[in-house]
Write a new protein. Structure first.
Length: 349
């Protein structure tokens, strides 16, 4: 533990009389500026949590580059304000955020490395309103991140949307849903699809994009980032050839994946029999079916996008029906087919 932090805690105790305990990011006990407070971490959300059973307030703060947790006694509004004050005091004593660029600061927030007070400072400093937002993760070829980031900055509608480089080949982008441009796109997925198309047309960069869910404000952006990251990972596991991947799109996959192995195999054996396996193991037949589902069961549109004659597509759909017993031209059968496909991929990972 930093000596400067211990000195700051002692100074806080002398000036205010407030005692607090400090824990590491993994909740290992480190230090107490007074009598040690009985505390047992029960999991879940931590920043600003008030535990009435243990009669304590728990909050997260950053000192220099390290994340810590502070604990003080009491659960009233007074202790809540104490926590905010202590957080600000300690971060002002050891923070290096003033030297961070806007992009670096934003990345720290989205990755969950900033406390509530630091997020408030960022929003005040850069005039970010408390409006809904979501996070995109854009990945492409090696050393393309700076080009993507430059393109992202020029793609902002409201002047708030911001990008930050994650690695040589990936960036994150925070899209704010302000009144200006809010109705320009029907959904985050549509926004991402139009962006991916524009990026390719103007720069030649073919990107994969993970789309996180919409959260209430920047302070919850780490949740959206985690969802976007999860969507990209699942799309790789499913060997998806699409450019844009939404967390909501893969919720069914997550539900199935979380089933007990025995139950998963029972469902698999019932729904995916020998003839059906021949379809799911055939890349051409499976690709045709998935493209048909992506195009809302529209034969003409699917045939056009596959550069395939309607009769050829109809023949393949009939073959799928004979093998699986499912006519995916019907909505209910299409849902069951999607479920069977996920079961097949998870069971054969």
């Amino acid at each position: 533990m930093e000596k400067e932090l211990i000195l700051a805690l002692r100074g806080l105790k002398q000036k205010t009389g407030i005692s607090m305990d400090v824990y590491s990011a993994s909740f290992s006990y480190l230090y107490s500026s007074g009598e040690k407070i009985p505390f047992e971490y029960s999991g879940g959300y931590t920043d600003g949590m008030q535990d009435k059973k243990q009669n304590l307030t728990l909050f997260r703060f950053r000192f220099k580059k390290e994340i810590y947790y502070g604990v003080i006694s009491g659960v009233s509004e007074v202790e809540k304000n104490y926590a905010l004050f202590i957080c600000s005091y300690l971060e002002n004593s050891g923070t290096q955020e003033d030297s961070l660029s806007k992009a670096d600061f934003l990345r720290s927030i989205v990755l969950g490395d900033c406390s509530s007070m630091q997020i408030v400072k960022y929003m005040r400093k850069f005039s970010i309103p408390p409006v809904p937002c979501y996070v995109l993760i854009i990945t492409a070829g090696a050393k393309s991140a700076s080009d993507i980031a430059d393109f992202l900055e020029s793609y902002s509608i409201n002047g708030l949307d911001s990008a930050s480089i994650l690695s040589d080949n990936s960036c994150l982008f925070v899209k704010y849903l302000t009144s200006e441009g809010y109705g320009e796109f029907q959904s985050p997925v549509e926004y991402a699809e139009i962006f991916a198309r524009s990026l390719f047309e103007e720069t030649g960069i073919k990107a994969r994009i993970g789309v996180g869910g919409t959260v209430r404000s920047l302070s919850e952006s780490m949740q959206s980032y985690a969802q976007a990251e999860s969507a990209l990972k699942i799309s790789e596991a499913l060997e998806s050839k699409n450019n844009v991947h939404s967390y909501k799109e893969y919720m069914l996959y997550k539900i199935i994946e979380d089933l007990p192995p025995m139950m998963l195999m029972n469902y698999y054996n019932v729904l995916v029999d020998g003839d059906a396996k021949s379809i799911f193991s055939d890349p051409d037949m499976l690709g045709t079916a998935e493209k048909f589902l992506e195009n809302n069961l529209n034969v003409s549109e699917t045939a056009r996008k596959l550069y395939m004659h309607r009769n050829t597509l109809t023949y393949r759909l009939d073959k799928i029906e004979r093998a699986t017993g499912l006519d995916i031209r019907n909505f209910s059968d299409a849902i069951t087919f999607r479920l069977c496909g996920l079961l097949y991929k998870i069971s054969n990972k």
